[in-house]
Write a protein that binds this ligand. Structure first.
Ligand code: ADE
Ligand code: ZN
Length: 305
């Protein structure tokens, strides 16, 4: 299949995006616009300067900038604008269904109410469904660098919104914060009828993926790259028909892989793993979902099958 035919196929394919942090879709232009609108000082003089700062050597490098970027999100309308802009981009990429993450603790920790964040996000998701026909689920993530009690407090704050939240996830700094730290709060979330997902095996070892499966009892694994280092774990993932939400350009930008040719997507599919392609934090990693598909289709010589 030549490149043009590949790109035409990718662009037209109806897609689901299952791994997208809405705060990671904050483009530098919107960062500046919201900084001005809300009179928030940011440590950048221009959009070019912001983009130049997006040069990461690992996950933590990125997270430091990602949390800093959130500082411009103050009002319900800000969360609406952020989310609706993402949905317009997703619509342009023929995305028909999204399951997006948000990080409430990234907002409540700096004094923005839980209701402000979720209210704006959900209003945009409803508008996106009405305007573009994009169906959605919302996943509330716990920040794993914070403690278990903070996660429990967040789950309590979510109580009035539980009919609008499909599941909980686990993100932020992985190494040193194993899934086991959140086993009890995930059990509570499950008891409340929520689906469970967790970032595991992005930078963390295969044992973290085992913990996500055995201790958190997740319905899906986010990333999961390092699962490939453990043959028994691969067998388990295949036997359980677990889905992995892989993020090729994220992996490249965060140095999880050295070259896009090292993306594990094709190896995973060949092993029988349900690997999906997603953009993670597209404003920071150089592209939305179609750009991710194009990058691996070229690098791994993928065809229609
Ligand atoms: N938060 C936003 N993007 C993330 C990623 N790729 N890994 C962990 N936490 C995140
Ligand atoms: Zn992620």
């Amino acid at each position: 299949m030549d490149r043009e035919a590949r790109y035409a196929l990718i662009d037209a394919l109806p897609k689901a995006e299952l791994h997208l942090h809405i705060e990671g879709s904050l483009e530098p232009e919107m960062l500046f616009a919201l900084a001005e609108r809300n009179a928030v000082a940011i440590p950048f003089a221009s959009v070019e300067e912001v983009r130049a700062a997006y040069d990461f050597s690992n996950l933590q490098d990125f997270l430091d900038i990602y949390y800093q970027g959130m500082s411009v999100l103050l009002h319900e309308q800000d969360f609406f604008d952020l989310t609706f802009a993402y949905l317009e981009r997703a619509h342009a990429d023929a995305v028909r269904h999204v399951e997006i993450f948000f990080d409430p603790q990234g907002h409540t920790e700096r004094g923005v109410a839980f209701d402000t964040a979720i209210g704006g996000i959900l209003r945009a998701l409803d508008e996106g469904q009405a305007r573009f026909g994009i169906s959605y689920r919302l996943i509330m993530c716990f920040l794993r660098h914070l403690d278990e009690e903070a996660a429990f407090a967040t789950l309590r704050e979510a109580e009035p919104w539980l009919d609008r939240i499909a599941g909980v996830g686990l993100d932020s700094s992985e190494v040193g914060h194993p899934p086991s730290k959140f086993a009890r709060v995930f059990a509570d979330a499950k008891a409340k009828g929520l689906k469970l997902v967790a970032h595991a095996g992005e930078e963390g070892p295969p044992s973290y993926v085992w913990e996500a499966l055995d201790l958190l009892k997740v319905d899906r694994i986010d990333h999961g790259n390092r699962a490939l280092e453990d043959e028994a774990l691969v067998q388990r993932i295949v036997a359980d028909t677990q889905t992995l939400t892989v993020c090729p350009l994220s992996n490249l930008k965060l140095c999880v892989i050295d070259r896009i040719e090292d993306s594990p997507v094709k190896r995973m599919l060949d092993l029988g793993i349900r690997a999906t392609v997603n953009s993670d934090d597209p404003a920071y990693f150089g592209g939305y979902v179609n750009t991710n598909f194009r990058a691996i289709a070229d690098a791994l010589d993928l065809n229609r099958e």
